[in-house]
Design a protein around this ligand. Structure first.
Ligand code: FAD
Length: 402
């Protein structure tokens, strides 16, 4: 029997958009639903983010995944986005010595046969100098393929296909599998804004044989309240990015590349009001608030002064004027082993139901690669990722009698 290639993806952040695109590129018809009116409004609404590898001398699963993920994201950006405006192949300086609480093993210069060869090198004195650091030998690394990217531009490009139908103000409130057709039937609550009176709602339904959950930080609630399943240890982490506009006097003293390590720093990012810098973000574990706070700005300022002391000095007068410091707040979804959760939820009990969630603080690096793995699995194709990696990311729901 040929595969019925209709799929509903729930959640229009970078994970849902990447899954939708991976499927339509293989000939599927996709409906992409979101509670919000527009795509890319929750965690994926972060104005700009770093795309980089997790460098580990023992090449742990997160390193393997981020290395492949970075290549997938950068390849898509090169083909579909405008460099300098939507993204920048600026390289990333990774400051391994900035966080005094977590001492990292020294990095040996990368040999030509190493998997890291084209990804990670010891930082050169000129790079350290550009970041306002002493330029002496350090344990800091240079990731030449690292980049910054604007998720809104990425999501818009992912969704630019006639075979993806985006349906906003669609909240999936419940779902069950039809015994007659085997399809998943989703009950949709439609939020209807009524100017001056708040909002009202109506209900409809949507159905398809395949469904992908890409519900970000709402995934634990979705599992509990819509599917009556345990949350698999997924949890929210709230965070605040601090940012400001650059005037010409500071621009020349800010590095042209991104800096990661103890928080991150990015500058020269074009916005409608001129170039801007971004730093952060904070990590409020098990919190899902979206409140901007001065305390979070102070936390980001403190970590910037440890990450890049000279840059923090350059921005002192801006930090001292609260009107010049802006905030962006969002909530990530994280798993216990810090890897995404992807693949079928439970092939026996919940056939046709798949997930891509828990992208943590690396959704921009990982979403496109992971979406291909989800699509491979839905189509029953041999996976491009290793069995060990897929096992580390698989969804683990207990059997019903447990
Ligand atoms: C402060 C901060 C800084 C970050 N910085 C970076 C960075 O520098 N680099 C990086 O790679 N990543 C970064 N991230 C992480 C990145 O933003 C996330 O990993 C990524 O956006 C997650 O995408 P997602 O699609 O899984 O979730 P989301 O973007 O949150 O999308 C989930 C969507 O599901 C929808 N939804 C939920 N429930 C339902 C329902 N019942 N019915 C319909 N729709 C539903 C929601 O409305 C939402 O739009 C940062 C995150 C934060 C919060």
């Amino acid at each position: 029997m040929s595969l019925d290639k209709r799929c509903i993806v729930i959640g229009a952040g970078v994970a849902g958009a990447a899954c939708a695109r991976a499927l339509v590129d293989r000939g599927w018809q996709v409906k992409l639903l979101d509670i919000a009116k527009d795509p890319c409004t929750a965690a994926s609404g972060v104005p700009v983010g770093v795309v980089s590898c997790h460098a580990s001398p023992d090449d742990n699963p997160l390193s393997q995944l981020t290395r492949a993920g970075l290549q997938a994201t950068v390849a898509f950006a090169r083909a579909h986005l405008i460099e300098g405006q939507d993204w920048s192949a600026c390289g990333v300086l990774e400051r391994r010595s900035a966080d005094s609480n977590h001492t990292k093993k020294p990095w040996q210069e990368t040999a030509q046969y190493s998997v890291w060869f084209s990804h990670v090198q010891l930082a050169k004195p000129a790079q350290l100098k550009e970041a306002g650091l002493s330029g002496e030998a350090s344990n800091d690394l240079w990731q030449p393929q690292g980049a910054w990217i604007k998720p809104l531009a990425l999501v818009r490009a992912l969704l630019s296909s006639d075979d993806i139908l985006f349906l906003g103000l669609y909240e999936v409130e419940s779902m069950q599998q039809s015994q007659a057709t085997g399809e998943w039937v989703l009950r949709i609550k439609h939020h209807i804004p009524i100017p001056g009176l708040g909002s009202s709602f109506t209900y409809t339904s949507e159905s398809a044989p395949h469904v992908v959950l890409a519900t970000g930080a709402q995934t634990p609630d979705f599992l509990n309240q819509v599917l009556y399943e345990p949350d698999m240890g997924l949890h929210p982490i709230a965070g605040q990015v601090s940012w400001g506009l650059q005037d010409a006097s500071v621009s020349q003293r800010l590095p042209r590349f991104a800096v990661n390590g103890h928080g991150s720093f990015l500058a020269h990012v074009p916005t409608a009001d001129g170039p801007a810098w971004y730093t952060g973000s904070t990590f409020d574990r098990h919190q899902s608030h979206l409140l901007a706070s001065d305390e979070a700005h102070a936390n980001n300022r403190q970590r910037l002064s440890e990450l890049l002391p000279a840059v923090a000095d350059t921005l002192t007068s801006q930090w001292n004027d609260p009107a010049q410091i802006r905030a962006w707040n969002g909530v990530r979804c994280a798993s216990v082993n810090r890897l995404p959760k992807l693949g079928p939820l439970d092939e026996q009990r919940l056939p046709g139901l798949h997930m891509l969630s828990a992208l943590g603080s690396r959704g921009l690096t990982l979403a496109l690669l992971c979406a291909q793995a989800v699509a491979d699995r839905i189509e029953g194709k041999p996976p491009a990722l290793s069995d060990a990696l897929l096992k580390a990311m698989q969804c683990e729901l207990p059997a019903p009698d447990q």
